[in-house]
Design a protein around this ligand. Sequence first.
Ligand SMILES: [Zn+2]
Length: 622
Amino acid sequence: MLHISKESVRSLVPAFLDDETLVAVLEALNRAYRAGDPWVSDAEYDHVWRAELEDRNPEHPFLHRVEPEPQELFSGPLVHHSQRMLSTDKAYDSDKLSRFFARCEKASVQLGWAEKPMYQVQAKLDGLSGRLYPGRVLATRGDDGRHGRNISHALERGLTIIGGVEEGAGEIVVVEDYFQSVLAPKGYEHPRNFMVGFCGADNPSADHREAAAAGVAHFVAYRTLPAPTFTAEWLLAEIDTIFAEITGACPYRTDGIVISAMGTRLRDYMGATDHHHRWQIAFKKNIEGVRAVATSVVLQTGRTGVVTPVVHIEPVQLPGATVRKASGHNAAKLEEDGIGPGAVLRIVRSGEVIPTIVGVEEPSAHPVAFTHCPSCGTELVTDGRFRRCPATNTCPAQASGGIHYFFQTLYTAKGFGKKICAALAAAEKSIPAILQMQAEDFVAIGISPGVAANLADAIATAKQTPVPAARFVAALGIPHVGEASAAKLLSVFGSIPALIDEAEPNRIASIPEFGEITGSAIAEYIEEHRAELQEMLAAGIPLATTTQSTGPLAGEVLVFTGTFSRPRPELEALAREAGATVLSSVSRKTTRLFVGEKPGETKVRKAEQLGIPQATEADFPL
Ligand SMILES: [Zn+2]
C-alpha cells in the first residue's frame, strides 16, 4: 500500500489504482475534509475520485456508507439520533438530474398521482451537519448518521439558533460576510474548518469567542431555509438562473443546491439507500475540463451484468502523470454523446489527474455500440440508462465479479484479486465450491503452486474467523443490500436462515428506509436464488454471535455499579448481546451509568461531573 498524503494524492491517477488503494484514498480525502482541511475540492472528490469507484463497482460498500466524521475532534457523549441522518446524492450535470426527475415521476405514477411531482429547492450549506433536540441538546451527525457526539457546549459558547426552533436537523455555519472580512484575512481557509473548531473539544480560541459575541455563529435548521418550488421542466430549463439566485441570496457559504421531491407519501414510497434519500438530490456546478481524443472504448461486464465503458484516449502528458484512459458514464450517455474512436472529449482534471469525461466537443464518426456482452457474447438488454448482460447464470464476467465481491466484502480471506477470481469463474467454480478447495485444486485450474498454497491458507483462516452476520449478508451480493441495510433486515427477520426463507416484498418494503421498489427487488432476488444462498450459508464461514449493530442497546457504552435484583454479570452479558459495550469505569464515552443499591461513589461522582445520564434497573430494556 502506497503512502497517501496531501502531496502524493495529486500525482495519482484514479483509473490506475486497484480497488483497495482507491478506497484508501477516498477514506483519506474524507478524513481531511471532515477535519476541515480538504485536500481536493468537493467537485474533484465527487466527480473524480468517488465517480471512479461508482463506475467500477456501483455497489461497493464504501459508496453506501455515510461519510464518517473525525472522532478525535468531538469527544462528548454519544447521542442516539431519533431519525437517521443521511448524506445527499449528488448530480453535476442535467443528465443525472433528468434521471432523478424520471425516477420521482415513475414513483408518482405508481402511486396513481395524476399530476407530476413538484420540487422544493434550498441552498446546500457548506458547514458541519448536526441535529438539535429539545432542551438545547445539539449533536453532530456522527459516523453512521445514527449516533452523533454531544456538542451542546457550542450553544453555551454562543452558537445562535436561527428561527427559534427547538429541534431538527440542520447545519452549523458562520456568516460568510464575517468570514470574508474578519476570518479569511487571519488565515482561516474554510468556514467549515472554523466551525469545526468552534464545536470541538478544545477550549474556544479568541477568534471563536469574538464570532460568538458578534452573533455570526449559527445553527440553521434545514426547514427554516427558503424553499421555493418548481416543476422538473422549469428546473431543467432554468437551472443556472435558479442556482445563482438561491445560492446568491444565502448569507452562508454554499456548495450547491438541494432539490427535494415534495409529498410525504412519495417520500415514504421512494425510501432511502444506506447513503441517501431517494427523493432528494444535490446539484453542484460542473468543473472545467481539458481536451482529449478518444482512441477506443473497451466494455466491461460487472457482477450485476451491467456493461460499463472505459474510454482509451491519446496519451495526455501532465506534470507527474501520463493519462491514457478515462471512465465513461453509462451506455445511454455514451451513445447519446457519440463517443467512439476520434471523438474529442472534455475530461475533468484533478491536479495532475484526468479521469472522467464531462463533455464532448466533437462526436465520433463511429460511435460505440453496446450490442453484445464482451465476456460471453450474449445480446445485451436495455435497463434504463444501462445495458445489461442477461446471462446471469452463465456469464463468466458476472460470476467472476460475484466471487470478487464476496471475498472483498467478507474481508477475512485475502488474495482473491480480479485475475484469480476470473480463473475460478472460467473453471465454473461457485463460491461454496471455492470454499472447499485445497491447494492442489487451485493448481489443477492453472494457478501457480505458491499462490495456490496462499489461497488455501486464506480459506482456512476465513473458516476460523467469525464475521458479523450483517457483513456476511452483504457479501452474498443481494442487490441494494450493503452492510447497514443487511443489519436492518436481520433486525426484522431475526436470522439469516429466516431472511432467506421468509423474504417477501411487502415485509421488506414495510421496513423504514427501504421503500416498495427496493423491497420488491430484494425479495425477488432472494426468491430466485434461495437454493444458492442456502448453500453459501452452509459453506463454513463462521458468524459472530453478537448482534452488535442491531440490538436494542446497539452503540451504547454502559457501566454498571452497585447490586441489582439479578446478578450483575447476567445484566452485563445481556447488554453485550443487545449490542452494548460494557466497561468497568465511567469516561466521556459512557452513554449511561446503571446504578443499583450501594453504588460505587467514584463512578457516580464521575458521571455527575461529565454529565453522563444515570439509569436504574427499571430502565434496563431486557
Ligand atoms: Zn455476459
